[in-house]
Design a protein. Structure first.
Length: 344
């Protein structure tokens, strides 16, 4: 089988075809355009048995990787870190060219059987896009509120309270009577910030409605877990994507960063927080765990049992997050099986 490695760039890409022996069979460089994928497939038509390896299939290589996957081509995603290591080991020097990079990508695919296959984008991508948009809007709103607090601190004696809404800020501004040109400018700036705050609040409301509709269309069952609403469901499903890429619940826990790292010494067995994995589903699981700890139910009872076992609150919370990760994995797996059965 021929392995074709692709080194993508913003305006061009280079593809190198490697034989099973690692010998280069052909090289092509193309400008990125609407017919790039068609030209690549036409060039690769000389090999009946082939697989594609794209560096950064979730980044710069997304377009070509998705185009090939949509054409029923076998495509794998090669992390840039693995490609860089292969280049150094294969060439013995740090020189970089597009052809060397593409050959290194193909070499990784030849010798690394555990690479993730690239699948055509499905509805989970909609959830991820909406979730990321919500995060951006929330961060922008926080920055806007902080700026507004700073301005109101100089306009209103005592400033404004912490949980400030646009209506409350507007009410405060109506009572401000600027005397100097500086105060006049501060009030004008505060009005602009209040307008920005109203716009962001409206955008967040529209985003919440879009997420609720998208989650309903997706039909995920993770919302059955106590503490998982549409917003957190969109984050979890959107970032997990194809759950079948995780062979076991342990692989899923590692991806979510809920698999604690052992830090035992002597007869004392301890586990510390893992900083690995995707922090977005980890953050969602943390919020779900906090919700379950504060309300009665199986999660609260589990947390209390861990505390009774002399676990610290942080250790008990991490144990609950791992349990939630396994529960989410079971729901995602059942959802995938149900969709496969329906499609069949």
């Amino acid at each position: 089988m021929i392995t074709i490695g692709i080194d993508p760039h913003k305006s061009s890409l280079t593809a190198v075809a490697l034989r099973p022996s690692g010998e280069a069979a052909a090289t092509i460089r193309l400008a990125v355009s609407g017919d790039t994928v068609a030209r690549l497939r036409a060039w690769a038509g000389q090999w009946d048995q082939r697989q594609w390896a794209v560096e950064g299939a979730a980044g710069l290589g997304r377009g070509v990787a998705q185009g090939l996957a949509a054409g029923d081509e076998l495509v794998v995603d090669v992390p840039a870190q693995l490609a860089a290591r292969a280049r150094l080991l294969n060439t013995g020097h740090a020189r970089k060219t597009d052809s060397i990079d593409a050959a290194s990508v193909a070499m990784v695919a030849l010798h690394h059987p555990g690479l993730h296959p690239v699948r055509a984008e499905d509805h989970s991508v909609v959830l991820r896009l909406l979730s990321e948009r919500r995060d951006d809007l929330a961060e922008e709103r926080t920055r806007t509120v902080n700026r507004l607090h700073a301005v109101l601190r100089d306009l209103v004696a005592g400033g404004a309270k912490r949980n400030l809404s646009a209506e409350q800020a507007a009410a405060l501004l109506r009572g401000v009577r600027p005397v100097t040109a500086v105060e006049e400018q501060r009030k004008a700036l505060a009005r602009d910030l209040v307008g920005d705050l109203r716009r962001l609040d409206a955008a967040l409301q529209r985003n919440a409605a879009d997420i609720a509709s998208a989650v309903a269309v997706h039909g995920t069952s993770v919302t059955q877990v106590h503490g998982v609403g549409p917003v957190l469901a969109a984050k979890i499903v959107g970032h997990t994507s194809a759950v079948e890429r995780f062979p076991t619940r342990h692989h899923h826990a590692s991806y979510c960063g809920t698999a604690p790292t052992e830090a035992s010494s002597g007869k004392q067995r301890h586990h510390r927080l893992s900083r690995a994995g995707n922090r977005q589903p980890n953050r969602a699981l943390h919020l779900v765990a906090v919700c379950q700890i504060r309300t009665s139910g199986p999660g609260h009872d589990f947390y209390q049992r861990k505390l009774a076992e002399s676990k610290t609150p942080a250790e008990a919370r991490r144990a609950l997050k791992r349990r939630l990760s396994d529960t989410i994995y079971r729901h995602l797996t059942r959802d995938q099986q149900a969709r496969t059965t329906t499609t069949a």
